[in-house]
Design a protein around this ligand. Structure first.
Ligand SMILES: C[S@@+](CC[C@H](N)C(=O)[O-])C[C@H]1O[C@@H](n2cnc3c(N)ncnc32)[C@H](O)[C@@H]1O
Length: 235
């Protein structure tokens, strides 16, 4: 049978894809790695469908490996008889816990078929919330920026896992970037913060992103000409 890795989107239950929802409703068991992904899944399936798995909050590779080995064994044994889903916030292939499961299943349970259903990643949820357009001819890089890290290089970056906004902001500003932060985007109403002031997001919250853009980058947008023409016509 199949294990489906389903991306749930950034948190709003209406941003789950139609396909993701259909599969969630069709499988017997839905495993979730955290409280938030569980609460989104519960908007689409009853509590009895949620499977029981334990995930340690650690970075220790040995502990992680054995926890994922156990989780994969449990999922594989249930998937012997029936289809199951493993949900993640955002997209399953973007900085996600699903990667651990995918690798562990491939190594220890190669007979299990795995199908990934993409989801709306925080990356595009953030650019939408900020109204940043990735125009033709430009690029956008994804990076991680935990514990005050401030990667540089690309003209435009979305930084995941921002935990020390003040330090990340200071370093990026010194390196010539303008920075905006997004917190709890498309989650509970009233929880979302979008700001360029790091003191507004200085309290640590796992669901924080930053968008960094190199100051003074040139933009050549094919349709920008319309504005100029119509302004001239109006003058
Ligand atoms: C383990 S990664 C998971 C990313 C996810 N797979 C995706 O595609 O969006 C967790 C990080 O994603 C970011 N994130 C995910 N959802 C978010 C949201 N709704 N608002 C703000 N940040 C979010 C945060 O930076 C958080 O630390």
């Amino acid at each position: 049978m199949t294990v489906y890795g389903i991306g749930l989107g950034p948190g709003d239950a209406e941003l789950v894809t139609v396909k993701g929802k259909r599969i969630l409703e069709s499988v017997e068991v839905v495993y979730s790695p955290g409280r938030l992904s569980r609460s989104v899944a519960l908007e689409h399936v009853p509590e009895e469908k949620i499977g029981d798995l334990d995930f340690p909050m650690t970075r220790d590779p040995e502990t992680l490996r054995s926890a994922w080995k156990e989780a994969a064994a449990e999922i594989a044994s249930v998937a012997d008889d029936t289809d199951v889903a493993f949900v993640t916030l955002g997209d399953p292939n973007v900085y996600s816990t699903f990667g651990h499961l995918k690798r562990t299943l491939a190594a220890f349970h190669p007979e299990i078929e795995l199908t990934v259903i993409p989801g709306v990643s925080a990356m595009t949820a953030f650019t939408t919330a900020l109204d940043v357009e990735i125009e033709s001819g430009t690029g956008l890089a994804l990076r991680e920026a935990a514990n005050g890290a401030a990667p540089t290089g690309p003209d435009r970056m979305v930084l995941f896992k921002v935990t020390d906004a003040e330090t990340t902001h200071r370093k990026l500003t010194e390196a010539g970037y303008t920075v905006q932060f997004g917190r709890r985007l498309f989650m509970e109403q009233g929880e979302t913060i979008i700001t360029d002031d790091p003191s507004e997001v200085d309290e640590r919250d796992y669901y924080t992103l930053a968008y960094a853009e190199r100051e003074g980058i040139e933009r050549e947008v094919a349709t920008a000409q319309f504005e100029t023409e119509s302004e001239e016509e109006l003058a």
